[in-house]
Write a protein that binds this ligand. Sequence first.
Ligand code: PAF
Length: 293
Amino acid sequence: MLITRTIAETRTAIAHARAQGKRIGFVPTMGYLHEGHLQLIDIARQHSDFVVVSIFVNPTQFGPHEDFASYPRDFERDRTLCEARGADLIFAPEVSEMYPERSLITFQIEKLADRLCGARRPGHFNGVVLVVSKLFNIVQPDIAVFGQKDAQQLIIIKRLVQDLNFPVRIISAPTVREPDGLAMSSRNVYLSPTQRAQSTVLYKSLQRAKTLIESGERDAKRVIAEMERVIATASEAKIDYIEIVRVSDLQPIEKLDGLVLIALAVYFGKARLIDNIILNVSDRAVREIAALP
Ligand code: PAF
């Protein structure tokens, strides 16, 4: 497995693989890898011949009071995990390599970043699309894999690729969960043992929403109220948001119908955890969508 730190050496290594007729798969990450990331590598491997993983904690997607400085980092552990999982190249640049100067070109995202995490973390998705665009230009992958756990990010990136004509196919991967349902996240490391035990309310509340909708409930407000009730059973949980939006444009929906995203963000101490499910709701049936098409 190759490790590159500069854009030039990354381009050279990937050009060499491409010259051998290999299809390039890409898994962008911020490191501190867990099984969820490793399954993204597996999926990339199924669709390509040369898998590139980027490890870069991107400063432009963190707000001034967020956890950029304390975000967990462990390159040696990540390197071992990537190698064991069969990645071909890790691109792990310094901030100065990716941003030798402050970028004067920025993005404006309409509609899709108005709600959910976009509303609570102003500028976050601008930073995400900036770095993902740069990474796509550096790696020039044929396919790139993103997890559904960050559903808003995934939907925005699909739209970025569509609107800016990036020649890459985005593949979405199902959320990977701990045995008790907690979605895997690098930020789970912030949880105290009590908070970790209580954090199962996130997935329980999503499952409760699904059961309610399966039994015929179509009123979003009532579903959200029930989810709040489930989360309130955890004394350390502080709800940031619970929202139900249409998948197509991430706008709120009152009467549930079609593809809907039920998403939440909840604080446990300094850990802000997010989770979601996507349901296909019709008059009669409800189906959970494991990965967005
Ligand atoms: O999902 C993440 O880890 C990050 O937002 C990403 C896509 C690697 C961009 O920094």
